[in-house]
Design a protein around this ligand. Structure first.
Ligand code: NAP
Length: 280
């Protein structure tokens, strides 16, 4: 069994991004990411701070817009419209979740698709479906990057994704399909889930429940990718997979922390680089 080291893959990708950002700068093109955060959610604040740090690390400019909890949808749309027209901003990221009174869908749809580095705008999700995308959603793209880094073959393999969210499960399934995997998507209504997961050569768990994937659900030699970010009874960060009992059945497995997580921000930086190149 080999542990997939998300930090190592992430460092390698960030080195490449840093070089490309510097090359653009030498040609007179700086790269800028606008990060919008509304309200005081502590987890969101940590994510935003990590995204800013990531920008610094690869030589991108980050511009933070921290808005108060009581910001209205209209006020947020006004800011996004300004950023859409601002030439020093290549990418716009609006940290989710937004406070309940804000219309999240309208906000996502207001970001110019060419600056939508999270790839949540329907235009970009449509491009992902067709396969002629500029941006890929960060978490699934990071997983594909990790599989490629470890030379794990997707083509022809049975791939099972547990979870069908717009952010992880659905785009993950689409990317595995584009890489010629044979893909099954499971969700809370799936019957006989273990029978399906036991067929998987590559199993991706994106459920949001600690210890959800147990050893009896795994085929011997499977590749197990754990997207979950949960807190266990002791308050420690853990994934969806019962790591200790599953690891010995796998050929490869991602740990939590240190697996999928580090790749997500790296792929955001990669999308911002793409946006910058497209803006030259
Ligand atoms: P989500 O929107 O809550 O989706 C969870 C999915 O799991 C749903 O499709 C749900 O099915 C399915 N599910 C729930 N219970 C199930 C069951 N008993 N059997 C089979 N499927 C079941 O969550 P998400 O946004 O995709 O995120 C999933 C996890 O990944 C969370 O822990 C989140 O924190 C983590 N995450 C990590 C990263 C990272 O960078 N590492 C990024 C994003 C998310 P239904 O659709 O039928 O309800």
């Amino acid at each position: 069994m080999q542990i997939i080291d998300g930090k190592a893959v992430s460092a390698a990708v960030r080195d490449r991004i840093k070089t490309e950002v510097e090359n653009l700068k030498n040609m007179g093109k700086e790269t800028g990411l606008a990060v919008i955060i509304v309200g005081n959610d502590p987890a969101s604040k940590v994510y935003v701070s990590n995204k800013k740090k990531g920008c610094e690390q690869v030589g991108m400019n980050s511009y933070e817009y921290a808005l108060p909890e009581e910001t209205t949808t209209e006020e947020l749309l006004e800011l996004i419209e300004k950023l859409n027209g601002d030439t020093k901003i290549d990418g716009i990221l609006c940290q989710l979740p937004l406070p309940r009174h804000i219309d999240e869908k309208t906000v996502i749809n207001s970001i110019a698709p060419q600056k939508d580095v999270d790839a949540f705008h329907p235009v970009n999700t449509g491009h992902i479906m067709i396969g002629d995308h500029s941006f890929l959603p960060c978490t699934p793209a990071g997983i594909i990057e990790m599989l490629k880094y470890y030379n794990i073959q997707i083509s022809g393999k049975e791939c099972v994704v547990i979870g069908r969210s717009n952010i992880v499960g659905k785009p993950m399934a689409m990317l595995l399909l584009q890489n010629s995997g044979t893909v099954t998507v499971c969700h809370s209504k799936t019957e006989n889930l273990s029978d399906v997961t036991r067929r998987a050569d590559i199993l991706v768990a994106a459920v949001g429940k600690a210890n959800f994937v147990t050893a009896d659900m795994i085929k011997d030699g499977a590749v197990v990718i754990d997207v979950g970010m949960n807190r266990n009874a002791e308050g420690k960060l853990c994934g969806d997979v019962d790591f200790e009992n599953v690891k010995d059945k796998c050929s490869y497995i991602t740990p939590v922390p240190g697996g999928v997580g580090p790749m997500t921000i790296t792929m955001l930086l990669n999308n911002t680089l793409t946006a910058s190149k497209n803006n030259m």
